[in-house]
Design a protein around this ligand. Structure first.
Ligand SMILES: [Zn+2]
Length: 480
């Protein structure tokens, strides 16, 4: 055979190999689709977790029982390697809150929720409207000794080049400007205040901060245009050492067992609701993917670790511990992708968080996924943020990604309304089917495009994604 013919022969063998791989993937995808559509246990499990365990704030008894349930389920699916990763952390607890505002000559009660890691207080001070609470909002504004009113999102009319920042960043700015308290408005329309952490380093901040609803925020902002308002804010909160455990189920790969795809979700929720969307939806997705892999006897070239993290809400404690343990055991280099599930329903694509080198692989695999699911539009986005369990992996230069999800108008994020009544079986099933397919493809494909970012690449990546300031505040910026 002359050189030219050999080359053509080689290309044909290569192409037919790829085609076989594609055909194999398509066959497995169809079996995943059928299994999840006909036998999914995710929805009854979500109802059970929400109804029987209620809120699962890390370190509480109900959270501990949920950890036990998760380990039991993994074992019942047939996983032999199931283990806990115990840790202690600084747990914040809310006890009491009262916000009274003088809007028209008399003080009236406002429904309020303390933000996590804010202290006990008893203060009275004038309120100043600081808009979105971004640096430019303080130009010419004196908030020294005052209580600032800030929007946790971006108000209508905000210039499009401004990017919203984490509430902890806004709080840090308010403190630096001399504010003695903060009223933070839930950016999601409705009549409920929302909770969330006011810090990124796990320590109590100096000033009290409470959230009020979008509607009350609008009214208060309108009042402030016409007259001065004063607030009386009383809060009782505390911190204590608490214990929690990650739950891990490992499936060993047959060809490249030292390479791992981590599929994670946090199992904990805030204390004010069962956390059906945030994050029973993600936790049952991970459990159901694990069940599907076992029941279909799917074997993969790489290892897959299904992980339920604890204490995400209070500061990513569980995922940070997982990464620390992996570093200690020299396993970080083997983690090829971390796939995070936080509030995952109605999946239509993937957010690759700036890992452009992975785009071709995801697009081609996504095309196959789309053949089993018309609602999956194979959309790819690149939005990078640090607010969930993928962040500690990202800090190590590991490729991280999440499903892209369509939320309904009743967004219950971090409010007392985050119950199971807003979730349907199909919302969960859509994420589980499409995500399980992507996990199988990543764990099986001969060569993956993902590479670890070097420290220098990471620095540029964080600066390009405007995350430097947030990382400075959280104490994670280790570059000059
Ligand atoms: Zn969450």
């Amino acid at each position: 055979m002359n050189r030219r013919w050999f080359f053509i022969f080689f290309i044909l063998v290569f192409l037919s190999g790829c085609e076989n791989q594609q055909r194999h993937l398509h066959y497995v995808f169809k079996s995943i689709d059928l299994e999840v559509r006909s036998h999914s246990q995710a929805y009854p499990l979500l109802l059970d977790i929400c109804d029987r365990y209620g809120s699962r704030m890390a370190g509480t008894e109900s959270a501990g029982r949920a950890e036990e349930l998760a380990a039991l389920l993994f074992r019942s699916y047939g996983f032999e390697n199931v283990f806990f990763q115990p840790f202690t952390f600084n747990q914040w607890q809310r006890e009491d809150v009262r916000l009274r505002i003088d809007t028209a000559g008399t003080y009236v009660d406002f429904q309020a929720l303390a933000l996590a890691f804010t202290p006990s207080s008893d203060i009275q001070a004038p309120i100043v409207d600081a808009g979105n609470g971004l640096i430019n909002d303080y130009n010419g504004l004196d908030v020294n000794g005052k209580i600032v009113l800030i929007h946790l999102g971006l108000l209508a009319g905000t210039p499009s080049h401004l990017r919203n920042t984490h509430r902890a960043q806004k709080l840090s700015l308010a403190i630096a400007q001399g504010a003695v308290g903060c009223i933070a408005v839930n950016p999601i329309p409705g009549d409920l205040p929302s909770t969330g952490s006011a810090t990124l380093d796990g320590e109590m901040i100096r000033i009290p901060a409470v959230s009020i609803s979008f509607e009350q925020g609008e009214k208060l902002r309108a009042s402030l245009k016409h007259r001065k308002c004063t607030a009386r804010l009383y809060t009782r909160n505390s911190c204590k050492q608490a214990h929690a455990r990650n739950v891990v189920a490992r499936m060993e790969g047959y060809g490249l067992p030292q390479e791992t795809i981590v599929v994670g979700a946090h199992l904990d929720s805030w204390d004010i609701a069962p956390g059906a969307l945030d994050n029973a939806s993600g936790a049952v997705s991970v459990l159901e993917m694990a069940r599907t892999f076992k029941v279909l006897n799917l074997r993969t070239r790489r290892s897959v670790e299904f992980v339920l993290f604890m204490a995400e809400e209070q500061g990513h404690y569980g995922s940070e511990l997982y990464v620390r343990e992996a570093r200690k055991r020299n396993l970080l280099d083997g983690i090829r992708y971390m796939f995070n599930h936080d509030m995952t329903v109605n999946t239509y694509g993937f957010n690759l968080m700036g890992h452009y080198e992975s785009e071709d692989f995801f697009r081609q695999t996504g095309e196959l996924i789309g053949r089993t699911d018309s609602a999956f539009t194979n959309t790819i986005e690149h939005f990078t943020y640090m607010g969930s369990d993928h962040a500690p992996f990202l800090m190590e230069g590991i490729s991280t990604f999440t499903p892209l999800c369509r939320y309904q108008t009743f967004h219950t994020y971090h409010t007392s309304a985050d119950g199971p009544q807003h979730i349907t079986p199909e919302m969960l099933s859509s994420n589980i089917r499409t995500s399980a397919m992507m996990v199988y493809a990543l764990a099986s494909w001969p060569a993956l495009p993902a590479s670890h970012m070097s420290r220098e690449q990471l620095r540029t990546y964080f600066i390009d994604n405007q995350l430097q300031e947030e990382l400075v505040i959280s104490g994670d910026w280790t570059w000059n």
